[in-house]
Design a protein. Structure first.
Ligand code: NAP
Length: 308
């Protein structure tokens, strides 16, 4: 156990990411106490029952009272309204961070509400699963994953280092990045792939000549991995595409061009093109495994608590 890095930490939203943060903070003794807010009484009761938080509150403003660190862990589209609600209740000198999957839109929605003297350090842990809610969290979610922080030029260096230490204490490595660069990188690595998975599962659903039972029975042929991604939370992903519009459209435009080129290679029987392309992509997969960001186990290492 280390000395707590923060006194009170307030978790605004008590879903997968916030519950994993609570468990990871408890694991390493990083906070003196944890308060929480969630929209529904059911989520609040569950968070208390699981011991994720020391107290729960029916409003976000009550939850942030006296907090050193406030974490916005709700869907991206909900962050602006919550920032406006908590602003008058924030303690002077507090740090506000978030875990949203998009950065520029969150900064535009949240920053204008925050009073002077409060440090706003946007963040995004690159770790997750297709599960939602307070029961989905686990302490190891961030172990050996990356967390990207996108501070502004005005961010206090000591506040940034403290938040970096918190993420390190929860098991993650930290990178600092410009918000627009974050949004482009994530459009490539996360947002566009999710849209493609949603589309592929939608296409299979539309193909009436292949029965539902055949789709399920033979899913291990590749489709299964798309279905895992396409089972992700609809609200979270709706908000990601509404708020990272420019970068995802840019990547999807490139994707469409590549898809047409592969389509042409198939039509022309251009095996060299297909082979070279697949050899290049296989090397990328190897690089991900070598970097420790996935395993080459047959089930991708995704046992009950390893899903990502
Ligand atoms: P989650 O499990 O679905 O939990 C969302 C939480 O936000 C719940 O406590 C929910 O309250 C609350 N909430 C939802 N809409 C709200 C609203 N309009 N006003 C107030 N509270 C609201 O979500 P999550 O997966 O933890 O995601 C939280 C954030 O982390 C999102 O911004 C997401 O982009 C980001 N993120 C997610 C992943 C991932 O893989 N899931 C990875 C990295 C970052 P109730 O339970 O009471 O409805």
């Amino acid at each position: 156990m280390s000395t707590p890095l923060y006194g009170r930490v307030a978790l605004i939203g008590l879903g997968l990411i916030a519950s994993s943060m609570a468990l990871a903070m408890r694991r390493a003794g990083l906070a003196t106490d944890i308060t929480g807010y969630a929209r529904s009484a059911e989520t609040r009761a569950t968070a208390l029952e699981l011991g994720l938080v020391d107290s729960v509150h029916a409003t976000a403003a009550e939850a942030v009272a006296g907090a050193d660190l406030v974490v916005l862990a709700v869907p991206v589209g909900a962050m602006g309204a919550l920032a406006s609600e908590i602003a008058p209740a924030l303690a002077p000198g507090a740090t506000v961070t978030d875990v949203g999957s998009v950065k520029q839109a969150v900064i535009a929605a949240v920053a204008p509400h925050l009073p002077a003297g409060v440090q706003f350090i946007p963040g995004h842990p690159i770790a997750g699963t297709e599960q939602s809610g307070p029961r989905a969290g686990f302490a190891e979610l961030f172990d050996n994953r990356w967390c990207i922080l996108t501070p502004t030029p005005d961010t206090d260096a000591a506040a940034l280092e403290r938040l970096r230490a918190l993420w390190n204490g929860m098991g993650a490595n930290v990178d600092v990045m410009e918000p627009d660069h974050h949004d482009l990188v994530l459009a490539v690595t996360s947002h566009a792939p999710h849209l493609i998975a949603y589309t592929m599962v939608g296409v299979a659903d539309d193909l009436r000549r292949v029965t539902d039972s055949e789709v399920i029975k033979y899913s291990a042929a590749g489709f299964r991995d798309f279905t895992r991604i396409a089972a992700s939370d609809p609200v979270m992903w709706r908000d990601v595409f509404l708020t990272n519009k420019a970068a995802t459209l840019e990547i999807l435009g490139r994707f469409t061009e590549e898809l047409f080129a592969l389509q042409r290679a198939i039509r022309r029987g251009d095996g060299d093109h297909l082979h070279d392309y697949f050899a290049r992509t296989r090397a990328i997969r190897r690089g991900i495994i070598d970097a420790g960001q996935d395993t080459d186990a047959p089930d991708f290492g995704r046992g009950p608590h390893r899903g990502r």
